[in-house]
Design a protein around this ligand. Structure first.
Ligand code: DLL
Length: 415
């Protein structure tokens, strides 16, 4: 395998070498040609690429093909500054479509399926990425994009949608809206969900599966490395298979690669992208890698579900806190909806974390004492998982804004 990976890694080094930005960085390391990389250890000495590097070369500075060979651009919005722009050649689009099609097939999607794509279409890669993959597979695509929830449900019933592709938070919103829509679950043919683009917990999967009556699969990717499809689950639900056209590494806190089985930041190198090859791209996503055979028949790299982004980590009174930990706590105790918001404020010199959680319709009508008991249990659970004291505020059903794309879970008023 090492030989095969090295060939792919050298292909990518060859592709980026003519780009002045990389040339300069390689020259400092004494690397003048891909053949100078003999082992994976040599490869690990190559510089990492960050979002900042992409920004500095905005918009097309890191493309490895002339614009006449580029047939599509996507961009990731980012919360600050310039977006990062990625370009695809015709061959890149074909490869991306094939990768997504193979993954969907492994999850049980067939040409007989009707796939409703409720990821956003546009510069975001979710809509178009799934779209081309489904067409390659031969399934019927409903390119509805995100939002317009009542219409989503109507068409889901009328078109006989069998596969739903969207963010997990939007899937939950669709499930909630279905319960109020007058359309019964029995009128729908839905059987599979393809959910990703944001972190979600195992508890959230159980909720969505139960409420929509489907099997839900996790799909991972980021625009810088291609879009959705870098990795996806199979029916074994034992991590996400990383597609063989990518080489993964995981970095420890000191920025050096860690061994298989240890959690850290995922770094991706594309092995076959032409337009915008990425070399050791720091994803800022936290995961753990495993290599081996899966019961589905696939052998290769697997990554555990992304628990959080390094960026999403809140440091509160010196303790690292991730929104997904709160989700885990909420879902472990009945009576609450997995709609929540973390609000961080600084009073004097002290950081305060308020967690707002929606109660569900049933607990809304509970006796006050019963509700108080539940609230106390949730507070204890969240504090136990996070390791800090918090202020818990229960809010009315449906009062936290619903997301049609990636959910916003944190309001940090310290920034
Ligand atoms: O979110 C690509 C995508 C679209 C993936 C549709 C899956 C489905 P970006 O907008 O560039 O691309 O955001 C990438 O989203 O670095 C992760 O932090 C997060 N992310 C994506 N998939 C997952 C997932 C798309 N399955 C960023 N679990 C990544 C957790 C995910 N986080």
């Amino acid at each position: 395998m090492e030989k095969q990976w090295l060939e792919g890694l050298r292909r990518t080094v060859d592709r980026v070498l003519p780009i002045p930005y990389y040339q300069e960085r390689f020259r400092k390391l004494g690397i003048h040609q891909a053949e100078d990389i003999h082992t994976l250890r040599d490869f690990q000495k190559l510089p990492l690429t960050t979002k900042e590097d992409l920004r500095q070369n905005y918009p097309f500075g890191l493309f490895a093909e002339p614009m006449e060979n580029i047939v599509r651009l996507h961009a990731s919005s980012g919360t600050t500054g310039k977006p990062t722009v990625v370009g695809y050649t015709k061959r890149d689009i074909k490869l991306w479509s094939k990768i997504v099609a193979d993954e969907l097939r492994r999850a049980g999607v067939t040409p007989k399926d009707v796939v409703q794509i409720a990821y956003g279409y546009g510069l975001f890669t979710g809509g178009m990425g799934l779209h081309y993959g489904c067409e390659e597979l031969g399934a019927v695509v409903v390119p509805i994009s995100g939002g317009n929830t009542a219409r989503q449900l109507m068409l889901m019933r009328d078109f006989g949608t069998t596969v739903l592709a969207c963010t997990p938070s939007y899937a939950l919103y669709l499930a909630e809206s279905l319960e109020e829509s007058g359309i019964s679950r029995e009128e729908l043919k839905l059987r599979i969900g393809v959910f990703g683009a944001e972190p979600w917990t195992e508890g959230m999967r159980e909720q969505i599966e139960a409420r929509l009556g489907i099997k839900a699969y996790d799909i991972y990717g980021l625009s810088e490395t291609m879009g959705p499809g870098v990795a996806m689950e199979c029916p074994a639900h034992d991590g996400l298979h990383i597609d063989e056209h990518f080489y993964p590494e995981v970095l420890g806190p000191d920025g050096n690669p860690v061994a298989e089985g240890i959690q850290g930041e995922l770094v991706i190198t594309s092995l076959d992208k032409e337009g915008f090859p990425v070399l050791r791209y720091r994803t800022k996503d936290l995961t753990t890698l495993h290599y081996g055979a899966c019961s589905c028949g696939h052998t290769g790299w697997k990554m555990e579900r992304v628990s959080a982004r390094v960026d999403d980590m809140l440091i509160i009174r010196g303790v690292n806190v991730f929104p997904s930990q709160v989700e885990e706590a909420i879902l472990s105790i009945g009576g609450f909806e997995p709609h929540y918001l973390l609000i961080v404020e600084r009073t004097g010199n002290l950081d305060q974390l308020e967690v707002q959680v929606e109660i569900n319709d049933t607990s809304f009508f509970d006796e006050v004492r019963e509700l108080e008991g539940r609230q106390e249990r949730l507070q204890r659970k969240i504090e136990e998982i996070l390791g800090i004291s918090i202020r818990l505020r229960l809010v009315e059903p449906k009062s936290i804004p619903r997301s049609e794309g990636k959910a916003v879970r944190v309001i940090d008023k310290r920034r």
